[in-house]
Design a protein around this ligand. Structure first.
Ligand code: GDP
Length: 444
């Protein structure tokens, strides 16, 4: 089945790391070459493979040791997370129109499973309680219209058609008008496919597109065509403008490369995958589920996640102790910002905190940038200075050196140093209040 070879090759990669203590630049080299080979064999496109290998290597070395976690387990986790993000992170759902019917325009070359996908989508939305209508615009092949009508009968969804003597854009417009009259929720417009991309097909698709102003334009591609499929998604997106792809025939013996390449190559997500000829064989595309299907290591993943949480927790407790004793220094500062990074982007974190979701993306970006600036300055300090901020407070020469080393101004360094002392003072007050069991101003 799809991904079998990839999964097997990856298992061999983990095995190579079994006897290591930590992941290093050296001992990760050979496993990464194996991963590279496995991905290329799965028909993932080369630029995607390169980028993937680079970022897995960086993250694997950069994560540091997690107590109780073996290097191979840690690498599994990094590879999993990078696979998920390669495929677009979260599932990209279907957009629905704010008013009137949601129009989904379906495009694709002949034989990829486009008409089948129309029927499958119709059933999918019907099961979600939506009223659906399909529109047949392939006027070049009467058999294609018949096929859509037959599928409509199977999934019990009406099919609008106007024979083969009306222009596709006009059929689509009439179909949409009919759907509005009938208060239909979702209109799926099937279009004519060609054997390969040609001007005529593109122009016609553009006409249909501007006639019905679709909410979604989905390109149907065949998984068996591997990285070709990804290139097609990119080409259609540039020329026609699409919102996503449907990847069909993932039940066959394709090598799976398309699933891994589409998002990275085209910038557009896969929204659904087809895994069979029956009308029910359509699923939303979930990057995380596909990644665990490839790796087959769900238990390792949750184990590593727990260990990471425990470590963050332990560090937090240690940090609290240092705060209480007013020993908070630049090392702690750095650790804090790294923890923040490990927990995901600041934007993601803010969304979880009630009331914080009103912060604008600009403010979050600013905050992230200023953390980066601080980090660069701390990185230019000597280990002694990091552990003993007084050194910097007392010596303009040291501050000048840090400024030069980090490419920041001396004012910025001075600011950072005074910020640390302010933080210490505030923390000390806070812990005194907590120990005293009362907060001034609140009575009690
Ligand atoms: P179109 O020319 O793009 O409209 O392609 P069709 O919808 O007519 O499908 C072409 C062939 O592929 C048909 O035999 C379908 O049954 C088959 N097909 C479509 N989707 C899938 C799929 O997800 N898995 C498998 N195995 N076959 C599929």
């Amino acid at each position: 089945a799809v991904f079998d070879n990839l999964s097997t090759s990856l298992e061999a990669v983990w095995a190579k790391l079994r006897n290591q203590d930590v992941l290093t630049k050296d001992n990760i080299k050979e496993p990464m070459q194996e991963i590279r080979r496995a991905l290329l064999e799965a028909d993932v496109s080369l630029p995607v493979v390169r980028k993937f290998v680079k970022s897995v290597t960086e993250k694997a070395i950069g994560t540091g040791v997690i107590k109780g976690v073996r290097p191979d387990q840690q690498l599994v986790k990094v590879v999993n997370d990078e696979l998920v993000s390669l495929m677009g992170g979260t599932a990209a759902g279907i957009e629905f129109a704010k008013t009137g019917p949601t129009v989904i325009l379906m495009a694709g070359l002949q034989g990829v499973g486009k008409t089948t996908a129309c029927g499958k989508l119709a059933l999918y939305f019907k099961k979600k309680g939506k009223s659906v209508m399909m529109v047949a615009t392939d006027i070049y092949r009467p058999a294609a219209i018949d096929q859509l009508v037959t599928l409509g009968g199977q999934v019990e969804v009406p099919v609008f058609e106007a024979g083969t003597n009306v222009k596709p854009a006009e059929i689509a417009r009439r179909g949409l008008a009919e759907a509005k009259k009938k208060n239909i929720d979702v209109v799926i417009v099937d279009t004519a496919g060609r054997l390969q991309v040609d001007r005529g097909m593109m122009d016609e698709l553009k006409q249909v597109k501007s006639a019905v102003n679709p909410t979604e334009v989905l390109l149907v591609v065949d998984a068996m065509t591997g990285q070709e499929a990804a290139a097609l998604v990119a080409a259609f997106n540039l020329d026609l403008g699409i919102t996503g792809a449907i990847l069909t025939k993932l039940d066959g013996d394709s090598r799976g490369g398309a699933a891994l390449s589409v998002k990275e190559v085209s910038g557009r997500p896969i929204k659904f995958v087809g895994e069979g000829e029956s009308m029910a064989a359509l699923e939303p595309f979930y990057p995380d589920r596909l990644a665990s299907r490839i790796l087959g290591m769900g238990d390792v993943l949750s184990f590593v996640e727990k260990a990471q949480e425990v470590m963050v927790q332990e560090e937090a407790e240690e940090m609290q102790k240092r705060i209480m004793e007013a020993k908070f220094d630049f090392n702690d500062f750095l650790k804090q910002t790294r923890n923040l990074a490990r927990m995901g982007s600041m934007g993601g974190l803010m969304k979880l905190i009630p009331g914080m979701n009103k912060i604008s993306p600009q403010q979050i970006a600013d905050a992230e940038k200023s953390l980066k600036v601080m980090e660069s300055m701390i990185n230019s300090m000597t280990p002694k200075e990091r552990g003993d901020p007084e050194l910097l407070a007392k010596s303009p020469g040291r501050r000048r050196r840090v400024a030069t080393g980090s490419g920041r101004s001396q004012e910025q360094v001075s600011q950072l140093v005074s910020q640390l002392f302010q933080m210490r003072a505030r923390m000390k007050n806070l812990s005194a209040m907590m120990q005293g069991g009362s907060i001034p101003g609140l009575g009690a």
